[in-house]
Ligand binder design. Structure first.
Ligand code: NAI
Length: 331
């Protein structure tokens, strides 16, 4: 198959080439992200492959159909960026990578939590300037603390196991309860009870109309005063202005985020030589009790290999009519 890869950074290309080694696809790598303006670059291809912040909006999907392209492969798990009804209307099949190293994202969530708690990101800056003081760097033992996990699917479960290993009491909220996690000692609670009891809240559920701004003013008010909040899932789970107010009041003591609701315009690009027009993002990057990374939870060698293999296998399996059901977003 002849495939155009949008938003394809040089660090991804070797993984895709390696995964294609024993397959017969023709890969065109484009660094441009997919938009109304760039969709034309797909001309002449049978399929396109996009990443997490490429917006598959109705106009883009309509244009793809006009170009005769009826197949989109997502190199990610979440598909909140896809206008699913429009894809169905225009007869465009959407495939995804249902799972790739949940450990990569879970471990990144742990990294954010540990760094925020023990202030290693502040200590690093201090010792670079030969400042060896400890003032302001005090953390707390995670051992024995209550960690609340919202969404105990693949990533949430991996995060839960790590936190159990730290000796934390793990609380969880999900529509589907994992019997395995319960056997390991995880306690499922209604959301309001989890928020009221947890010293740390970590989000691992998908962004859907139901979970949009799940953590809003009311939810923040239910949280334990001084709790830590971690979000490696999707930015739209947080009402960012409300979270900024909670940080200012101390209701949330620290925030670790790998995602931001309006990240599409900023993440994966270098803005270091110009001011950020987004005042909320500007506040987040400057607050000392906020640790923000730009959607790098997935970014391990192991995960990149799996993403590349599953993406190209999906296209091969589709040709052979053997595509696993959990890879299909729109069939
Ligand atoms: P998954 O589908 O295995 O698990 C999601 C869990 O959330 C399911 O158990 C589901 O029942 C639960 N859930 C759905 N709605 C809920 C609600 N209202 N309240 C509580 N739980 C709810 O997904 P997986 O693989 O664990 O990924 C989770 C999310 O992580 C993805 O949707 C994606 O947004 C994010 N992600 C982030 C990455 C990054 O690089 N930062 C990379 C990959 C995924």
């Amino acid at each position: 198959m002849n495939i155009a890869f949008f938003s394809c950074h040089p660090y991804e290309q070797p993984f895709l080439d390696a995964a294609n080694h024993n397959q017969r696809h023709t890969l065109t790598f484009l660094t441009d992200s997919l938009s109304d303006e760039t969709v034309q670059l797909a001309t002449g291809h049978e399929a396109i492959c996009v990443f997490v912040n490429d917006q598959l909006t109705r106009p883009v999907l309509m244009k793809l159909a006009e170009l005769g392209i009826h197949l989109v492969a997502l190199r990610c798990t979440g598909y909140n960026q896809v206008d699913v009804p429009a894809a169905r209307e225009f007869g465009i099949r959407i495939l995804r990578v249902p799972a790739y190293s949940p450990h990569a994202v879970a471990e990144h969530a742990v990294a954010l939590l540990l760094s925020l708690n023990r202030k290693t990101y502040l200590a690093y800056q201090r010792t670079k300037q030969n400042d060896f003081t400890l003032d302001g760097l005090m953390g707390f033992d995670l051992f024995g603390k209550r960690v609340g996990i919202i969404g105990t699917g693949k990533i949430g479960a991996a995060f839960a196991r790590i936190m159990l290993g730290f000796g934390c009491r793990v609380l969880a909220h999900d529509k589907i309860r994992s019997a395995l996690l319960q056997q390991l000692g995880v306690e499922y609670l209604p959301l309001s009870e989890l928020l009221a009891e947890a010293d740390v809240v970590s989000l691992h559920c998908p962004l859907t109309p139901d979970t949009h701004h799940l953590i809003d003013e009311a939810a923040l008010g239910q949280m334990k005063h001084g709790a830590y909040l971690i979000n490696t899932s999707r930015g739209g789970l947080l009402d960012t202005p409300a979270v900024l107010r909670a940080l200012a009041s101390g209701q949330v003591a620290a925030l670790g985020i790998d995602v931001y609701e309006l990240e599409d315009d900023y993440f994966f690009a270098d803005w270091s030589d110009k001011p950020l027009p987004d005042t909320d993002l500007n506040a987040l990057t400057h607050l000392p009790n906020v640790l923000l990374t730009s959607h790098q939870g997935f970014f391990t060698r192991d995960a990149m290999e799996q993403i590349a293999h599953t993406t190209l296998n999906n296209l091969t399996y589709l040709e052979q009519q053997q595509l696993p059901a959990d890879c299909i977003v729109v069939g």
